[in-house]
Design a protein around this ligand. Structure first.
Ligand SMILES: [Ca+2]
Length: 459
């Protein structure tokens, strides 16, 4: 273990991760997050950072030195990747240095397994999420508010009727969908959407019984969670759903981007910029971390996030997320109960204008990201591979890349990133969603007005 960690640190140091000297090529041109769909963010220069809500908490290292390797798919004797990172151009924020070796710009790795990409279906207008029904059929959402059932061969149902209307402006609309853990008995499906409200909008989670058939519909729609407060913003409401094996439901939220929302990201009286955890009927689990604070929203699991568009469980059933950061500040985090991930007080990025946001990327009482990207990938969608079709990819993290137009693969060891790959870059498509199918293939959605459902299988 210790030898491994040491080897890792030495390898990381040799590879010169972080703060590379600028070179004249290789840098990906910067695109605004979500270019093409999303209005550019306001540049809130001069944001006053919120006071820490739980000062006195000891910052925790994201390294798990001293615990056994958790990455069962990687043989401990396998040498760690070394060499230059994917990004060799200058970072946006060269003055911020990583908190530990390997926190950014891990060595580039290349998959040895040959794979093919099959286009299962197309013609989805900005599709957002996939969830698997029995018999490998899929639910597919599109941002404007439609939900389809798609067969493994790519045949699409008519749009499912009975869903509530959505506010589809900006980043809003119908977002994630999940099949309930008791679907076989209850027929329940769950989804997130920007809910139009008096005085603005907000993310909501609904569930309903799916009535399958030639003209599918949902019945008995129940809104089980409403992000509060209501605010007029078309941006940063998060929206990923993750069920855990103990029957709880994580919902990832954003801070609405505008200043009035951003300053609430570390405030436990607000849902903005939080991971929340609820029961499938919307009630609050009695072991949630903020229940002893009468001022806090009881659904909160973790605070200090910007806009969480990627979330998945690992083989130990722990939640991992990727946050859409500002320019130069996308973050991989593993949110733990009651912890503060620092936005907007700390971070590695800057405003799109180039104006500073943070005095420092590190601070007391706030967690460091496991990994960050500068320049950004613009993440959306995430899966941690557990299938058998790609043994090489076991326990690797896959993230959709919007502005980066890639499927991002992270090789992990001891909860740290030791290698990074950009797949599918030749396709030049924005990747909105990545999920693992029941047979171990990866399924993707491209973000476009003619969005595609793609499948990756070994060749
Ligand atoms: Ca953070």
């Amino acid at each position: 273990m210790r030898t491994l960690s040491m080897t890792f640190i030495i390898a990381a140091l040799l590879s010169g991760c972080g703060n590379q000297p600028p070179d004249n090529g290789g840098g990906t041109p910067q695109a605004p997050e979500d270019a093409g769909v999303t209005p550019q963010e306001p540049t809130d220069a001069g944001v006053t950072p919120q006071e820490p809500t739980d000062a006195g908490v000891t910052p925790q290292e994201p390294t798990d030195a001293g615990t056994p390797p958790t990455d069962a798919g990687t043989q401990p004797e396998e040498p760690l990747p070394s060499g230059p990172p994917v990004q060799t151009g200058p970072p946006n924020v060269p003055e911020f240095e990583p908190a530990f070796p390997g926190q950014t710009r891990a060595p580039e790795v290349k998959s040895k397994t040959a794979f093919q990409v099959t286009e299962i279906a197309s013609g989805f207008r900005n599709p957002w999420a996939i969830a698997f029904l029995p018999e490998q059929r899929m639910l597919v959402t599109v941002k404007s508010g439609a939900l389809y059932i798609v067969t493994p061969q790519g045949a699409k149902s008519p749009a499912v009727t009975g869903l509530p209307s959505v506010d589809a402006r900006g980043q809003g609309g119908l977002l994630d969908v999940e099949v309930g853990p008791d679907y076989a008995q209850s027929g329940l499906i769950y989804w997130t959407y920007y809910e139009p409200r008096q005085g603005g909008n907000g993310l909501a989670v609904a569930r309903a019984k799916l009535v399958d058939g030639e003209t599918p519909r949902v019945e008995n729609v129940q809104v089980i969670f409403r992000m509060m407060p209501t605010l007029e913003s078309t941006l940063h409401a998060g929206g990923r759903l993750v069920f855990t094996p103990d029957g709880k439901l994580f919902v990832t939220l954003g801070e609405r981007s505008i200043l009035a929302g951003r300053v609430q990201a570390r405030d436990v009286k607000s849902h903005f910029g939080k991971v929340v955890r609820i029961n499938p009927d919307g009630t609050v689990p009695q072991d949630n971390p903020y229940l002893s604070n009468p001022e806090a929203k009881p659904e909160i699991w973790s605070v200090g996030h910007r806009n969480i568009l990627s979330a998945a469980l690992d083989s130990q059933k722990r939640l991992w997320i990727v946050e859409m950061g500002p320019q130069g500040g996308d973050e991989l985090n593993r949110p733990e109960a009651g912890k503060d991930y620092g936005w907007p007080t700390i971070g590695y990025g800057e405003e799109y204008s180039g104006a500073p946001i943070h005095q420092s990327p590190q601070g007391p009482g706030m967690e460091q990201p496991v990994y960050y990207w500068d320049p950004v990938i613009a993440p959306s969608g995430m899966t941690i591979y557990s299938g058998d079709l790609f043994p090489e990819w076991k326990n690797n993290v896959f993230i959709g890349g919007l502005a980066s137009q890639a499927l991002v693969r992270l090789m992990m060891r001891n909860d740290l990133v030791v290698g990074e790959e950009r797949l599918l870059t030749e396709r030049k498509e924005r990747i909105r969603e990545v999920v693992q199918g029941p047979e171990g293939a990866l399924y993707l959605l491209t973000d476009a007005t003619n969005g595609k459902l793609l499948k990756l299988t070994p060749r």
